[in-house]
Every structure is written in C-alpha cells, then in structure tokens.
Design a protein around this ligand. Structure first.
Ligand code: F0G
Length: 352
C-alpha cells in the first residue's frame, strides 16, 4: 500500500523516536512541491514552492507538533500549553485532541486570523486571550512547564526535530538540493529547524547545502534591524513577533549557510499574496507570501542569480485568513440581468 504514514513513521531513523513513542499522526508532511511556471519564466529563475498549507491543520506547524505531542505523551504529561499567533494553537489543539490531552493556548487579543481561531475552538482547546502581544504570551507560557504540562512552542526541542523534515522532503521531491531555500521568519524556529535538516542530510548523504533566505515583515523585523521590536505590527499577523525565541539559532543558520535575511513591507507582502494566487493558482496566507516578496526583492537587488533553483516555503494555507483576502480585493455588488448580459458579451467579444 502507498498510504503515507505520517512523519514519525516515514522519518523514524532521523527522529528521536523510541519504542515507547506513541505512533501519533494526522498524516502530516509529504506536502506538494509546486513549480511556479509563470513566475519562473518572468523572473528567469527555477522557482518552486513547498505548500505547507496542505498539512492537516493547514500549516507547517504540524511537522513539529506531531513530534512534540508524541514526546509529551511518552513522558507522561497530561496537558499541552503554547503561545501563538494562531497556527501553533490550531496545530497543538488538533494533536492534543488526537492524543487525548488537555490543550491550553495563549493568544494576543484580536490579532489571530479568523480561520485559526475557528480551528482552536473546534479542536476543543482552552483559549486564553491576553492584552499583550505574542512575545508577552510566550514569556508567560515559558514559566508554566513542568512534569504535568508540556510547553509546545518551538523552544521545545522536539518541535525543531519534526520541522527539520521539510528539508528532507524538499531535496527528495526536487531530486537535488536547491541553490536557495527561502522562508518567512517570526519566532525563528522554522529557519533553525530547516537548517538542521539540511545539515543532517548533507552529513548522512553527502549532499550540498542551500543558501538560506529569511524574510521578515518590515514592522516586525528584529533580526534584520539587530534589535528587538517593542510593538511589532504587520498585516502578516502570523509573524507579528518582536523578540524571536530562536534568534541566535537563526543567526547561526544564516551565517553557516552564507545566507541572507531581509525585510519586506506590508504592501510588498500583499502584492506577492495576490500575485501567486492570481497568476499561479496558489493561495497562501500573508506571512507565507513574505517569502515570495523576499525572493522578488533579492532578484531586484542582484542578490539572487538568474537561473538559480529556489524553493520558497509557503508556511500556511490562504483560507486561514479570509478577512485579509477579502480586504485585499475590490468590493463587488449585486448586478442586474442586463448588466450580466453586457458583461458576458464583453467576454465573448474579447475572445474573438
Ligand atoms: N509563517 C506562518 C504561517 C506562521 O504561522 C509562522 C509562525 C511563521 C511563518 C514563522 O515561523 O516562528 O518558526 O519563524 N507562527 C507561530 C504561531 C509564531 O504561533 O503560529 P517561525
């Protein structure tokens, strides 16, 4: 049978799995690697996206969460807790439900995309909204861990273990190591995990390593600026983070890979958001599209060579944030039969 068994089974030899690790899965991983044909032609590069929105809860978080929750269960913990800008909470809630564990999510008030909040509620998480931002929520959560409660933010090393599998998949699906591997940076766990994956793969299989390209939102760009941001702001709420927990790991990964990190504005993010949906049929949430905006910026500044093979990570599904999708496009209004007919004749005239 060809049924995908989920990350813990499929990548068992690469992960800290023991005989006692429960075989938890929602069949996460094995996400599509899609070539963006139109943009590749236009930008004169070979551009692929890893669509992490195809994971069970619609984001890359499932890769790390399955591992963190399985280990928490193995260690006899009874509850999970995390701070989140939305996706981590949705993922923790789903795997918590599956593992029969109580799940508590601490979120910044009013800044969670609608779909993500709907997910946390449906999976039965206990949701605590705080007045502060993500950084404050994470500070509160980090003080709570212990024998009974597992903190499942990316400060939990099992999260990075699970998330490193994206590197293995990218190489295996592409049939080679890309020249550049680009991804959005918020709390900086994912860029650190991906680099761990590329390093381990190169050590075991003798492959090259890509250059990393990290992308932050201009209003929440502590690593680019070299200083924490007190009041981070961006339309890409998933990466609205001012003081990333894995800052140092990310800096090390960027240095080792001879990579780059840059910031893109909300306008650039929205442009990329609409571009990949309307030109390529790929709908990813705003934070994910920072990746595409960053690749474009690197091309324009000469930091990316023509002909390069680039893999960009689209970290979350576009459906998670319907409000931004609607706001980013023009309003429509009901039309009459006559207006409808005029419209259709216009299409026919243009086709002729
Ligand atoms: N893209 C999306 C869609 C995210 O949800 C996140 C992080 C990132 C990128 C950045 O990844 O933090 O590893 O650098 N979301 C976290 C959350 C913070 O709570 O869902 P990172």
């Amino acid at each position: 049978a060809k049924r995908w068994k989920g990350l813990i089974e499929e990548y068992r030899e690469w992960l800290p799995v023991t005989e006692d690790t429960p075989s938890l899965t929602l069949q996460e991983g094995n996400t599509p690697l899609i070539r963006l044909d139109n943009l590749s032609r236009e930008w004169d590069i070979d551009l692929y996206v890893k669509t992490e929105g195809a994971n069970p809860t619609g984001s890359f978080k499932d890769r790390g969460m399955v591992m963190a929750v399985a280990k928490a269960k193995e260690e006899g913990k009874s509850a999970l807790i995390c701070a989140s800008t939305g996706n981590t909470s949705a993922s923790a809630a789903a795997y918590g439900a599956r593992a029969g564990m109580r799940t508590v999510v601490v979120i910044p008030e009013g800044k969670i995309a609608l779909g993500k909040l709907a997910q946390a509620k449906m999976y039965g998480a206990e949701i605590l909204e705080i007045e502060g931002n993500f950084d404050e929520a994470l500070r509160m959560v980090r003080e709570t861990g212990g024998d009974d409660i597992a903190v499942v933010n990316s400060v939990n090393p099992y999260r990075l273990e699970g998330q490193k599998t994206i590197a293995f998949e990218a190489i295996e699906q592409l049939g080679k190591v890309p020249d550049v591997f680009a991804l959005p940076v918020g709390n900086a766990g994912n860029i650190s995990a991906a680099w761990k994956g590329f390093k381990e793969y190169s050590e075991k299989r003798g492959t090259d390593r890509p250059q990393l390209l990290g992308v932050q939102a201009a209003g929440a760009a502590p690593i680019v600026n070299g200083a924490p941001v007190e009041q981070p702001e961006t339309i890409a709420t998933a990466i609205r983070i001012g003081n990333p927990a894995s800052w140092q790991l990310a800096e090390a990964a960027l240095a080792e890979s001879n990579g780059n990190i840059l910031a893109v504005t909300d306008d650039e993010i929205l442009e990329a958001y609409k571009l990949i949906a309307s030109r390529e049929g790929v709908f990813a949430e705003p934070a994910s599209c920072a990746t595409i905006a960053g690749i474009k910026k690197q091309l324009e500044s000469g930091g990316l060579k023509r002909g390069a093979t680039v893999v960009g990570v689209l970290t979350g599904n576009g459906l998670k944030d319907p409000d931004t999708a609607i706001l980013a496009n023009e309003d429509s209004r009901p039309i009459t039969q006559e207006e409808f007919e005029t419209f259709i004749s216009g299409i026919k005239a243009e086709a002729r």
